[in-house]
Ligand binder design. Structure first.
Ligand SMILES: O=C(O)c1ccccc1N[C@@H]1O[C@H](COP(=O)(O)O)[C@@H](O)[C@H]1O
Length: 193
């Protein structure tokens, strides 16, 4: 809750809850309690990996999720049939199928989800996607987020490991990360004006 509060206070646009196999996994009951304290302008994202539709639907209703992040091998048909706002995640190692998906955001992650590993952002130059639908993830930190935004121009950035200390979310790192990201977006805006 302290981490979620830090993210809200710093100006984050999204907060994610991991419902997949992970050291960060939380129960729908825990997520529901936290969600009650998150203002509606901060969108709540549920992270799922190859989960079945009925479980996803149950958790969406229970927690009041705004977006579903599909972080596994879910097919384009699976993503569309859910009929929720979808963020589809792709590994930087394989995003060849990306144009077969129709979703709200396309997230490009590092080689291993939630591991803090980054990748060569120039690999994204071949992507044929509107930048306002692109979310960049994978090994982002307080130190590299500004460069990431100024290089890739994504609609948003997503972070997990990079705002942790000793495997726990660190409110100070969250604040610094959001501050640096916000400054980079301001700089991008000024460049365009
Ligand atoms: O964070 C997790 O444990 C996780 C588990 C399963 C699927 C996705 C997960 N996290 C996502 O990983 C990326 C980036 O993580 P990092 O900053 O490199 O640690 C991000 O999209 C998270 O939502």
């Amino acid at each position: 809750m302290e981490a979620a509060k830090a993210a809200v206070d710093a100006g984050a646009d999204f907060i994610g809850f991991v419902f997949a196999e992970s050291k960060r996994r939380i129960s729908p009951e825990q997520a529901k309690k936290m969600a009650a304290h998150i203002p509606s302008h901060v969108k709540k994202v549920g992270v799922f990996v190859n989960e079945d539709q009925s479980t996803i639907r149950k958790i969406v209703a229970q927690v009041g999720l705004d977006y579903i992040q599909l972080h596994g091998n879910e097919s384009p048909q699976f993503a569309e049939s859910l009929q929720y706002p979808i963020i589809k995640a792709f590994s930087c190692k394989n995003f060849t199928q990306i144009n077969n998906y129709s979703c709200d955001y396309y997230l490009i992650d590092g080689p291993k989800a939630g591991s803090g590993e980054t990748f060569d952002w120039t690999d994204l130059e071949i992507l044929d996607l509107p930048k306002d639908k692109l979310i960049l993830a994978g090994g982002l930190t307080v130190h590299n987020v500004k460069n990431a935004i100024l290089t890739v121009h994504p609609a948003a950035v997503d972070v997990s490991s990079g705002v942790e200390t000793n495997h726990e979310k660190d409110p100070e790192k969250i604040k610094s990360f959001v501050r640096n990201a916000t400054l980079a977006y301001q700089q991008l805006k000024e460049r365009k004006e």
